[in-house]
Write a protein that binds this ligand. Structure first.
Ligand code: RB5
Length: 173
């Protein structure tokens, strides 16, 4: 796979180690930086990786910041991106199987390197389950004016309506 990488000054060391690990596994790496500890703004790196994935320049993305949170929020601003901030392998598996996560966010300050390696393996090898999950993932990208109007009506009524997956999609997966 071709994998886009980005990190701020609090994540570049892991980002560089991840780049090496990906190359060792035979993947292509698109490294958007940063490359040293000079303070930089994590949103720009989240946007860059997100755009690379959304435009098809990369198959997947990995972003790293101090906490994993800010850079994940930034990546998720790019339409088409499904970025999950993760700290252990089971969340990574579910992010792939249920959410078809195409970007994953790691924390350099809170997560040990051995855990990163385990999560990386799961991220690279776990497929998307599709079926009912695809039906739901599609809805993530319906959030525009029409969906917003519908949600506002739901708020007025005090309940969410029409949120049930068709039954046949359960037997298919
Ligand atoms: C940088 O100090 C830190 O705020 C950043 O790496 C990240 O954790 C933001 O969410």
């Amino acid at each position: 796979m071709r994998i886009a990488l980005g990190a701020d000054h609090a994540g570049f060391e892991y980002k560089d180690r991840i780049a090496q690990s990906l190359r060792d596994r035979g993947h292509d790496v698109l490294d958007f930086g940063t490359h040293d500890a000079t303070p930089v703004d994590y949103p720009q790196y989240g946007f860059a990786v997100g755009e690379a994935v959304a435009t098809g320049q990369a198959d997947r993305g990995i972003v790293v910041c101090g906490s994993s949170l800010g850079i994940a929020i930034a990546a998720n601003k790019v339409p088409g991106v499904r970025c999950a901030p993760v700290a252990e392998p089971y969340s990574v598996e579910l992010a792939r199987r249920h959410n078809d996560a195409n970007v994953i966010a790691f924390s350099e300050r809170l997560t040990g390197w051995e855990m990163i390696e385990r999560m990386l393996e799961v991220y690279l090898t776990t497929p998307f389950d599709g079926g009912r999950h695809a039906y739901r993932v599609e809805q993530l990208f319906e959030f525009g004016d029409a969906q917003r109007a519908r949600t506002i009506k739901d708020l007025e009524r005090g309940e969410v309506t029409g949120a049930q997956t068709p039954k046949e999609l359960f037997s298919a997966s």
